[in-house]
Design a protein around this ligand. Structure first.
Ligand code: LLP
Length: 419
């Protein structure tokens, strides 16, 4: 995390100390480095070189308007999975012709919205979805640009919850179904075939599964074009991993250069849908130790952020490095669990972690929290969602206000009829 470094013993995001932000906005808060977003996006771009491409940022990984706006300004498009994400992308200034729409459960209303906005293409995931999209297109009076998401049946060697390209997963169409879908779509005057799509999983730290999937895709493209159907785009999905602990994933530039090499004989625009590899290490979650306590041999740091703010440790047993915002002079480390205030045993940010001996009132920074952090946050235990801050050099901006208790009950009513 190049843009999060200690200076005189205090952790900084770019040129702003996290202590200063904590003082101004309170804790917990997410803090994003705009320089990191930019570096990672540019690395993707360099990988493509002169090759025709479209980098569609996966909005699900971080959907803050400031993040989307920053990336859109650099030329990014968006990979969306809901009408809400489309709304955000457009609000943040993303151009609809750079937006692709993935997901297995698009509704009629969402399809009509995306058609009216004029998105680049729908990544269709089932035959029933294709039929509905054609119906909606007719109603709207606009042809739908489509790609079919193919399930290449490769093992991305990642956590089972985030691997998506195996036969047993719910995503995409099998090879046989895809061939049938392309044939059918080619005779449907409300569908306009643009490309082919796949996405095999997330937090993938080797290039080989991507190459594997791409070769299978190429094979299929040959068969589809053999039926007289031309494809202008090939979407290789997202999924490149980041370093949370000791992983050494390829850089976006190396990964993309390899894919571009594989695509040498394909005269098509390459679309990629990265999320985590752009924003994961752009963000941290800063939290304050409320209490420390010991139960027998176990030591706990009870902090003001919980599983509702960052769900990854509880959901996937994911590792997030934890650093004290203010370094201590002592070398002594103790083993502690960093836990939140929520009434669940699964509410932890770290377990059995070697950490310096800290006292209540100390700030901790949960690292690598820029992807699937805030976007997966909830109001569980009626906890207002935290604020988000974006740093630009020596300035910071609150890009989402902390929710209030009033926000928690917005939209709720008590019926007059007595219980
Ligand atoms: N495209 C599609 C169709 C996807 O389903 C995803 C992620 C992406 C792109 C972006 O993948 P990325 O480049 O970020 O790996 N909540 C989990 C991750 C779920 C990923 C879902 N799909 C986590 O916190 O690890």
């Amino acid at each position: 995390m190049d843009h999060f470094q200690y200076r005189d013993g205090i952790l900084y995001c770019e040129d702003v100390s996290l202590e200063e932000i904590a003082e101004a906005v309170g804790t917990p808060f997410y803090c994003y480095s705009s320089a990191h977003l930019k570096d990672r996006f540019e690395a993707y771009k360099r990988g493509f070189g002169k090759r025709k491409h479209l980098i569609c940022f996966a909005v699900k990984s971080n959907s803050n308007l400031a993040v989307l706006n920053c990336l859109s300004g650099l030329g990014a498009g968006a990979d969306i999975v809901s009408g809400g994400e489309l709304f955000r992308a457009i609000k943040a200034g993303m151009r609809p012709e750079r937006i692709v729409y993935s997901g297995v459960g698009k509704t009629e209303e969402e399809m009509a919205y995306a058609l009216n906005e004029g998105i680049a293409m729908f990544n269709v995931e089932s035959l029933e979805e294709m039929a509905l999209l054609s119906k909606v297109s007719k109603k709207v009076g606009k042809k739908a640009p489509v790609a079919f998401r193919v399930n290449p049946d490769v093992d991305p060697k990642t956590h089972p919850y985030i691997s998506t390209g195996l036969k047993k997963n719910k995503f995409g169409l099998s090879r046989e179904q895809a061939l049938y879908a392309y044939k059918k779509a080619s005779t449907d005057k409300w569908l306009s075939i643009k490309g082919i799509d796949c996405h095999i999983g997330s937090q993938i730290t080797e290039i080989s599964p991507f190459i594997d999937a791409f070769r299978r895709l190429k094979d299929l493209i040959g068969q589809i074009e053999g039926m007289g159907i031309t494809l202008s785009h090939v979407d290789i999905g997202g999924g490149l991993g980041i370093s949370y602990k000791e992983e050494v994933p390829p850089s976006p530039e190396d990964y993309i250069s390899e894919m571009v090499k594989e695509a040498q004989d394909l005269d098509k625009t390459i679309i990629v849908e990265p999320g985590r590899s752009i924003c994961g290490n752009a963000g941290v979650l800063v939290t304050n130790i409320l209490y420390t306590k010991e139960n027998g041999s176990k030591r706990f740091y009870i902090v003001d952020a919980g599983m509702n703010d960052l769900g990854r440790p509880s959901l996937y047993d994911a590792y997030h490095e934890i650093r004290p915002v203010r370094q201590l002079n002592t070398e002594t480390e103790i083993e502690a669990d960093v836990v939140g205030p929520i009434c669940e045993t699964g509410d932890f940010l770290a377990r059995s972690r070697q950490l310096p001996q800290l006292s209540s009132g100390s700030l901790l920074s949960v690292m690598s929290a820029g992807a699937y952090g805030f976007t997966m946050a909830s109001n569980y235990n009626s906890r207002p969602r935290v604020s988000e801050v974006m740093v630009h050099g020596n300035r910071f901006h609150v890009v989402r206000k902390r929710e209030t208790w009033q926000d928690l009950v917005r939209g709720e009513t008590i019926p007059e009829e007595a219980c």
